[in-house]
Structures are given as C-alpha cells and as structure tokens.
Write a protein that binds this ligand. Sequence first.
Ligand code: NI
Length: 208
Amino acid sequence: MAINKKSLTDQVYSMLKEKILNRDVDLGEQLNTREIAEEHGISLMPVRDALRRLANEDLVENRPRVGFFVKNFSEAEVNDILEVRKMHEIYCLDNYFEEIDRGVISDLKDKFENGHKKYFTSYDSKLHKEIVLASHNNYLIDSYLKMINHYTMLFSYLNYKRSETSRQEHIDLIDCILKGDKAKAEKILYRHLDRVKIAEDASIKNRA
Ligand code: NI
C-alpha cells in the first residue's frame, strides 16, 4: 500500500517537475491541487506530497491557505543566482582546467555544430556542468547542481532567442579548452555568463 502511494507521488512529482523545467507552466503560475488530481483521476494526497517535494527543492512556493505556485524570481534574485553560477564555473575553469574531460566536450562541440536546435538547452547545461564536474569535489558539485534547476527555469526561453550567438560562444569556449588556451577560455566564459545576465534582465522587464 505504502509502495503504491509512493510511486504515485513519484509519478506526479516527475510529471510536474518536467512541466516546470520545460516551461509548460509560467513562472508564478498557480498549480491547482484539485485540478491536477481530477485530470489524472487520483486523490489529492499524492498531488500534495509531490508539490511539497517540489517546494523543498525550491521550484514551487507553498503559500499557506492559498496554494502552490511555480517559483517566481525578482530581478534581485535573478542576479544573485547568476552570481553564484558564475562563482562556481569561473572558479572551476580556473582551478581544474586540465581535468575537464576533453572527450565529453569534443562530443558536445559536434552536437553544437550539427545537433538539432531543440536540444540546445541540454547541450548548453551539459557543457557548463562538465566544467564544474572537473573539480571532482562532491560538495562543490552538489552546491552547483542545486541551482541548476533554477538556471534551467530562467534560461530555457532565453536561449531560444539568442541561440545563434550563444551557439558560437559555446563552440569558441570548447575550442579554447581543447587547444589548452585557459586565459582565453576564461574570458569567453566570463563574457558569456554576463551576456546571459543582460539578456535575462531585459526579458524579466518584458514579462512584467
Ligand atoms: Ni551557456
């Protein structure tokens, strides 16, 4: 009995998480417990449990007596998240440059050049993650991965608009790593992350 209940919660959790990360629901949008339960022909309990789990991951906000909402971000929060992202990635590129898996990023270069545009966001996060994985420091990697979901929520719709510039930036970054040009790689990554910030600022304002 407990196992069945848990697996139902797991399924609702995965389904909602995917929706949130793919931006099928908007930032700040209410997630109606009853509607979700009715839509899938299940009871309220697993839906609530799934929503609570998403709230623990900070993807959903639980407002007591009001309901659950997809997390929204103020401009200040967006900038704070971006600063932490930059802190992780620049540090790892600087300190673990030699440890970055050349095989993995060569594959990614090929995907950036020849892969389908719709997978762009996933290549993008893979490349950035690979730089952090080079540290082989599980505490550092965990702290980065905790923020990854927020990056994904914020950037998935942005990447689409600036995909051509961004695609070339990623290819240039990979080339520098493969050539062993650390100074230039750092410059490109720094500028790339700042560009995301500027684009995001503009986009947040457009949405308001
Ligand atoms: Ni990127």
